[in-house]
Design a protein around this ligand. Structure first.
Ligand code: NAD
Length: 294
């Protein structure tokens, strides 16, 4: 049994914390929003009065915050000073690679250990304990984090040193964002050429255009009954989150001087989608913007 402080009990954090409890760990939670703390208490997770109080006796601190600025501020102002020397910090929020490395350096300078361990799989994956974790950090820290990550996920990949978990996440989501646009454009083009959705799906799903954005997240209703398109793009992976992740990709593209024109364009397309009707809809709803624009 490991004593874990779990900070950030939102859409992802609370079900992840519940899975740690189910695996027999002692979990103390904390969220700055009282309603999130209430939901944790109702789920049987004791909640501390502050982040500092939550981490004081912990062996491992897991953070699941909205963005990098929350991670840096919480590490700097509260958590690193309050934790026992040598505490392992597992940072699972989706943040910029540079922010993950900064958080790592801060943790090391304060006498602690740190891995970045962002996730994919969404709220359903968090609830079912089937998340994928992409981990950056030392071999020793990865080995210590692994059994805890296995309680919350089913695929855990050690991607390399500090920040490389976030690097893998940003690269994956750049592929995902671009490929979802490509599939949506193809369906709109097919519509205008007189092609039935099902016919296009039957061809492409067995051909070289096959991809997750088509066979799992098909942007038109019908061919894949479980895709968000069948429920007016609810629920799913929100356009606002895709816009956020592509903003992080853009930061990485610019920081490395990479010629990633498709990634840059995808960032602009999802930023406009999220600013319009798409913030709370699945990102495959981008097809409605593409139809209107043409
Ligand atoms: P969320 O906004 O529902 O939850 C984040 C929680 O962190 C909030 O309850 C907030 O009050 C809390 N918080 C912020 N600062 C805090 C602090 N200093 N101390 C304690 N609590 C604090 O967000 P979410 O949907 O759970 O996502 C969390 C992270 O996971 C994000 O970085 C997101 O990009 C990433 N992610 C989300 C999904 C998804 O489908 N929701 C999928 C993959 C990755």
């Amino acid at each position: 049994m490991t004593r874990i402080a779990f900070l950030g009990l939102g859409h992802m954090g609370l079900p992840m914390a519940k899975n740690l409890v189910a695996a027999g760990h002692e979990v103390h939670g904390y969220d700055v929003v009282p309603a999130a703390d209430e939901a944790a208490r109702a789920a049987g997770i004791p909640v501390a009065d502050s982040g500092a109080a939550a981490v004081a006796d912990a062996d491992v601190v897991i953070t699941m915050f909205p963005a990098g600025k929350h991670v840096i501020a919480a590490y700097r102002d509260e958590l690193l000073g309050a934790a026992k020397p040598g505490t392992l910090f597992i940072e699972s929020s989706t943040i910029a690679v540079d922010e993950a490395r900064e958080a790592h350096e801060m943790a090391i300078a304060a006498g602690h250990r740190n891995v970045d361990a962002p996730v994919s799989g969404g709220v359903v994956g968090a609830e079912n304990g089937t998340l994928a974790f992409m981990v950056g950090g030392s071999d020793e820290d990865f080995a210590e984090a692994l059994p805890l990550l296995e309680a919350m996920g089913k695929r855990i990949v050690h991607c390399g040193g500090p920040g490389l978990g976030q690097a893998a996440k940003v690269c994956n989501n750049m592929i995902l964002g671009i490929s979802q646009i490509a599939v949506a454009e193809a369906f709109v083009l097919g519509e205008r050429l007189g092609l039935e959705h099902q016919a296009l799906y039957d061809v492409v799903s067995q051909a070289s255009g096959q991809c997750w954005a088509l066979t799992t997240n098909c942007p038109v209703p019908g061919p894949v009954p479980t895709s968000p398109a069948n429920r007016d793009y609810q629920p799913g992976f929100a356009g606002a989150l895709m816009a956020k992740d592509l903003g992080l990709a853009l930061q990485a593209i610019e920081g490395t001087g990479t010629d990633a024109r498709m990634g840059r364009l995808a960032e602009q397309i999802y930023a406009a989608f999220a600013a319009g009707s798409g913030a709370g809809r699945d990102f495959s709803g981008i097809i409605t913007d593409i139809r209107v624009a043409g």
